[in-house]
Design a binder for this molecule. Structure first.
Ligand code: HEC
Length: 271
């Protein structure tokens, strides 16, 4: 093997290495993958009719599922945690917290002569909001989370059974018993949180906006959106064309051109 032959082989080898490295560096630069903003992917948990008292549900716990079996006696015991701040008998005094006689079913923030926090007064909506099984349960689960700004400094009753029992106890501290709730897995969530009432207006407005956008055609869309839409449109038109509709085939060509070149000026002249 003479040295020029060896040099040729070595040169060829180095060239290959050089090319491979160049390509790999260049492709790294071009196809740079960005770090995901959030690690992993979200798993949506839908309520599957698991065992009663399942703890890992996505939405707030539906207390109605436990009320029928709840015990007022056990609840009287749980209420000891509340007694440093609350009385529950008729005509009982306000302490750190308001008297809770007849609290279940009564308007929020309606104990006489008690200075509620602005947050609680706001949640009361001038007497519109009442303490019912579900919102009381969510409040007692985590008062500050349910109603940020409340001055009830209480960590919360984490066990659904404790909440059901103390609510059963409070239910009896009233002139008459409020009917027990019937478990309604889906409907119950709608009106319980203060956010829910505020948010209810927006989905309609949003869908109106989308509808309007659809009606007005492409003129108000961004070039990117338009291209996507056109691409979709041309797909459907392709199908139509495949079925033999001659009239649309010319449109398809035009649309496909646009889809390929998403410049603002071209999309404007489309319709
Ligand atoms: C550290 C004192 C404290 C403890 C303990 C406490 N609360 Fe309260 N609670 C308050 C205060 C203060 C308010 C008024 C909150 C506001 O105005 O934001 C309140 C408000 C309430 C309300 C709303 C009353 C209304 O008239 O709208 C309910 C219901 C309630 N508490 C139930 C309970 C129950 C049940 C427990 C025990 C599991 C408990 N609280 C434990 C201080 C306490």
């Amino acid at each position: 093997m003479n040295s020029s032959y060896f040099n040729a082989i070595a040169g060829a080898f180095l060239t290959v290495v050089f090319v491979v490295m160049t390509v790999s560096i260049a492709s790294d630069a071009i196809f740079h993958t960005r770090e995901p903003v959030k690690e992993g992917f979200e798993i949506e948990v839908t309520e599957g009719g698991g065992e009663a008292g399942g703890k890992e549900e996505a939405g707030p716990f539906q207390i109605a599922t436990l009320m029928a079996g709840a015990s007022a006696e056990a609840g009287a015991n749980v209420f000891k945690k509340c007694q440093s701040c609350h009385t529950a008998e008729e005509g009982g005094a306000n302490k750190v917290g308001p008297n809770l006689w007849h609290v279940l079913g009564r308007p929020v923030a309606s104990a006489p002569d008690f200075a509620y926090s602005p947050a609680m007064v706001e949640y009361a909506a001038g007497g519109e909001t009442h303490w019912m099984y579900q919102n009381l349960s969510e409040f007692l689960d985590n008062p500050k989370k349910f109603l940020s700004g409340t001055k009830m400094s209480f960590a919360g009753l984490k066990k659904p059974e404790d909440r059901a029992n103390v609510i059963a106890y409070l239910r009896e501290q009233a002139p008459e018993l409020l009917p027990l709730p019937t478990p309604e897995p889906e409907a119950a969530e709608a009106e319980t949180t203060p956010e829910a009432t505020e948010a209810s207006a927006t989905p309609e407005a949003a869908s109106d906006a989308t509808a309007a956008e659809d009606m007005s055609g492409s003129s108000e869309m961004t070039p990117a959106e338009t291209t996507e839409e056109k691409a979709e449109e041309s797909e459907t038109l392709d199908e139509a064309a495949a079925e033999g509709t001659d009239a649309v085939t010319t449109d398809v060509d035009a649309l496909e051109e646009e889809a390929a070149e998403p410049t603002a000026t071209e999309t404007d002249s489309s319709n």
